[in-house]
Design a protein around this ligand. Structure first.
Ligand code: LLP
Length: 380
């Protein structure tokens, strides 16, 4: 896709993000078809990418919105998502954010602690309204992923731990403006080992039994997101295996009559359609390596610096024999490095470089460090 559009790419000021909307549409269609087989509902996790053209595709596909801040709730609603299709999660929702979401009468608050439930009840009472709530439960399932994006272990800050549930139910009896409608789980991100989701299903089934034994019926089971993508060979796996993913939940998750199952996918829907394009500024000889110094840095894509994550790097404009480079950015931090010992066609000043699989957690995590300007985005 990128090489076919080289002329257009060469006309843009670098660095910039380019999104392949055709690939996005194909990905969403496939996800929607596979989810529909089992009547599953998908809420797109805006935190992965909240650009308006991306949101328009999500809306068009019929997905709802999963938000983790008041501004995400606002962005979703301003971009056409109906409040009844918006869920709001997060360990630290502020009063202002909660009030805004209550005013919008969103579908559900995913609540992460007793204290939050008390505050939500207080704010809902003040507004003379009721908040629909799903309890985010920490299922203590290991996601086998990077420690910074593991969320479902008891040591993590997320969710209510199993041993607290009894007291939360007691508390709920005293909170008249909270309506318990479901349970919510999210164990981590970039999960490539599907057996992890099977373990999650087992735990969810156990929790459901626990609620049923207390005569509580839950209308909604939200199993979160987390499905990973192929950062190493993106072209062989542009679209994740949603058939296997949803099929696994269908096989292992026990669903009661009338119950709705929700998913909150982010990365799997948008990662492959986005690429960061950058220009080579300088080539510098080091002691053991050559540095290719780009005009994009950790301010545009922080994932390699923050999680030591791999992104495939391609030189779009050179077809010379390969040479080894450390590909780095211009920011005054040693961690501002996109890849070490990367084999690239001999690279020169002015070449265009593509950093692939950057559609999720790329632009949204950009910063203004070193007073950098925000990179532009184009859509093909
Ligand atoms: N639901 C909840 C409650 C979440 O916390 C997340 C992601 C998602 C859904 C969507 O997860 P996904 O399907 O995208 O894996 N910045 C990191 C990823 C952080 C994920 C945070 N939570 C990265 O660049 O890898």
């Amino acid at each position: 896709m990128l090489k076919n559009n080289l002329q257009e790419l060469q006309q843009q000021a670098t660095p910039f993000y380019v999104y392949d909307l055709n690939l996005l549409r194909q990905t969403l269609q496939y996800a929607a078809t596979e989810a529909a087989k089992y009547n599953y509902h998908v809420h797109y996790a805006l935190k992965a990418n909240a650009n308006a053209p991306i949101l328009a595709e999500m809306l068009h596909t019929g997905f709802g919105a999963d938000c983790v801040s008041g501004n995400e709730v606002k962005r979703a609603i301003e971009n056409g998502f109906k409040p009844e299709h918006v869920v709001f999660a997060g360990v630290g929702k502020s009063d202002e954010e909660i009030n805004y979401a209550l005013e919008q009468d969103i579908f559900c608050f995913n609540c992460e602690s007793s204290h939050e439930l008390e505050v939500l009840n207080e704010l809902a009472t003040a507004k003379g309204t009721k908040a629909r709530v799903a309890l985010r439960i920490n299922p203590n399932v290991n996601a086998n992923t990077h420690k910074y994006i593991t969320t479902g272990l008891e040591e993590n800050k997320f969710g209510i731990n199993a041993w607290e549930l009894e007291s939360v139910l007691e508390l709920l009896k005293t909170l008249p403006n909270i309506e318990l409608i479901g349970i919510h789980f999210h164990i981590g991100s970039q999960i490539t080992d599907l057996s992890v989701f099977r373990n999650l299903c087992t735990r969810v089934n156990e929790f459901q039994e626990w609620f049923i034994s207390r005569n509580i019926t839950l209308e909604h089971i939200n199993v979160g997101g987390g499905l990973g993508v192929d950062y190493y060979t993106p072209d062989s796996n542009l679209i994740p295996d949603f058939e296997a993913y949803f099929g696994l939940f269908h096989q292992f998750l026990e669903v009661r009559p009338g119950q709705q199952v929700h998913f909150e996918l982010g990365r799997a829907l948008v990662a492959q359609c986005g690429t960061l394009i950058s220009k080579v500024l300088y080539i510098k000889k080091g002691i053991t390596t050559n540095f290719a110094i780009l005009d994009a840095g950790m301010t545009e894509l922080i994932r390699p610096a923050l999680y030591q994550s791999y992104h495939k790097i391609e030189n779009l404009t050179s077809d010379k024999p390969e040479v080894r480079y450390d590909v780095v950015g211009p920011i005054c931090e040693s961690s501002d490095c996109f890849g070490k010992a990367v084999m690239l066609p001999e690279t020169n000043r002015g070449d265009l470089v593509a950093i692939r699989t950057a559609g999720a957690y790329g632009e949204v995590m950009a910063s203004g460090y070193n007073l950098r300007e925000k990179a532009n985005a184009i859509y093909l």
